[in-house]
Design a protein around this ligand. Sequence first.
Ligand code: ADP
Length: 265
Amino acid sequence: SIPALRIAGISKSFHAGKNQKKALSDVSFSIEQGDFFGLLGPNGAGKSTLIGVLAKTVTPDCGDVSVLGFDIRRDWQQFKMAIGIVPQEITFDPFLSVWETLRLQSGYFGLRHNDKWLNELLEVLDLADKKKESVMRLSGGMKRRVLIAQALVHKPPLIVLDEPTAGVDINLRHSLWTFMEELNRKGHTIILTTHYLEEAERLCRNVAMLNHGRIAALENTRDLLKKYSKDRVVFTLSRPLPEDFPIQVEKLQDGFYCLNYDNPE
Ligand code: ADP
């Protein structure tokens, strides 16, 4: 069948003065429909650049991108209807309420009669009683829920979330996990970037690891963990882990964390 996402030969360099920085080097991979896919890698690996390419805020130097067979350049209208992106940074029109924010986003997709769906979204994201509140007055966790609702107004078959659980409390993290699993069960393809190995291991069927702008590994999550279980797992986490992190980790000299994974056998 047609892949949910197909990335072929994407490269992107940024020019900072005389220095050229290659953020993505010939990245190619496909994700099957219905997958729950993790995109992992240390800071600076190129994850955000790749998501920027999908959001069309970053123009690659070369390569092709398509969602469900729709080419990002040739079929932009269908492409944007097929993908929902939850960005990492929270930016809203500060003068709008939660409801107005979702209506505005619906307008962007040319949708006018989707109030029923928007109300359902508010309900499942536990935002129903915040409907009339100004987005800027919401807590960080609530803002993140609005950001997710905003990416789903057009019911996209492919949902991309850029570190959705970074910096959220444990309760919201768990409810977001359940929410994402539910979306996946309903048939949505999910792509998630994360720093939390626990998250990737729990949620993602397949993972790709990005390092210095290249795909360093792309595999079924279990196989990957098994393969590296003899020594250490190559997942890297460049942010401090919580005290109660369940698996033993080791801090490397460059500040990354490495897992010592216990083989279940
Ligand atoms: P990640 O999201 O994995 O942390 P990024 O995609 O943000 O990685 O960054 C990849 C590389 O590209 C980094 O070296 C970063 O400094 C560089 N980069 C990203 N965006 C820009 C930009 N707009 N201008 C210059 N360099 C950039």
